[in-house]
Ligand binder design. Sequence first.
Ligand code: NAD
Length: 470
Amino acid sequence: MEDLNSNPYHEVFTRQKANQFKIGNSTYKERIKKLDALKTALEVNYKQKIREAMYADFKKPFLETDLTEIYPVLTEIKFAKNNLKSWMKDQKVDTPLALLGASSYIVYEPKGVCLIISPWNFPINLTFGPLVSAIAAGNTVIIKPSEMTPNASKVMADIVKDLFQDDEVALFEGEVEVSENLLKLPFNHIFFTGSPQVGKIVMKAASKHLTSVTLELGGKSPTIIDDSANLEKAVEKLIFGKFTNAGQTCIAPDYVLLQDTLEEKFKSLFKEKIKTFYTDNAEASESYCRIVNAKHFERLTGYIEEAKHNTSTIVSGGASNSSDHFIEPTLVFDAPEDSKLMQDEIFGPILPVKTFTSLQEPVDYINSKEKPLALYIYSKSSKNIDFIISNTRAGSGCVNHNLLQFLNHNLPFGGSNNSGIGKSHGFFGFEAFSNKRAMMKQHTMGATDLLTPPYTNFKQKLIDLTLKWF
Ligand code: NAD
């Protein structure tokens, strides 16, 4: 058994553990106050610093930072504020007649000391979003943001320090080693957002203490476009979904399965619309961000090099500039199935398209792979939409759009199996950070009191009657 006392984070962990009942017994109003403080930090005090940090990390445009980093956390806070009172209330449930004399209810109790490990691609959103749910549910929290976006991590560290004592919320910057050490501690819940590969490491570490996990993972999210779709609108939305954040989005459309009759029209619409979004020269566009680091830049340009040397056709884009990790929005047709583009999660601005003749083909293709985090459909045919939804499996999706499912806090957000375990956002996030404690309260003598030993014939008859009628 490893000695946890030598773990660099054990001391803070122990103080959070000691503080968990004070935090857990906080009132609705006290929790709202903390959420309000976070709101003010994001909306006012640190807004410009967040924008500058994101620009320094990967040239993310200020407007895109407002839209995809700050705004989703603010709406998560607003939603929690509007609903927290009812979420925190004990939830009455029916009690069967056989248990007459008792009442039953569910207590949403805090899990306790929680760990949030977040990725680099939307660092503010995917760190503070889960933090809102953890605070709403009354937990103490240790956060480990990604080492790949150090400027964003630094601002978040400043915000956390500004708003919380470290026996309530603490943030540790640093390399993977920090996560590895944190994962040795017996947390009550781990909320991890990142790749399926690291998700497995997290789940294995959690199993040592039987810590519950929420795993928000990734994978290849397909888009199907059939011949009934409004193709112009589909291409516009697809470009928005794929090239926002330069494709470094977990729910970005990874590849397209396109009805073959649409191929030529799709290619020309793509070339036209990409210019509308990012001009003739995406490198000079203020609206287009960069790849996060050299490692990912080389991985992605490797896909383009591979496409130049196999049966693929690069229909649009393909250029890159290593000096600031720029990769042009790139459209590729006919990538072979064994190419990296069709096997790996792309997580960058390269869009492969595969054509199909009958709708069974994309369904079979999707089902031959891991369950995706998102599946998008562009179609005007309800029959086709229903067919695709009922014959595939995915964490989430949109019909005739993409990404937007993330922004509705009434919807659970998360994957399925390889793309994730558990859900987040709104009530589902509150639920992820809560234990549903099942309670029964006995008010009067109950029917079950008649069934204790010694077991007589009369009691046998009573049980037979109960099983028959209740
Ligand atoms: P990652 O899995 O490499 O890293 C995520 C976090 O885990 C980082 O904080 C990192 O420091 C830590 N980490 C890395 N290796 C570790 C290890 N061996 N042990 C312990 N911790 C470790 O993911 P990433 O590159 O930051 O993000 C990209 C991935 O995340 C993609 O697969 C994407 O689809 C997925 N993602 C999913 C969601 C979602 O909500 N489902 C959102 C964003 C990103």
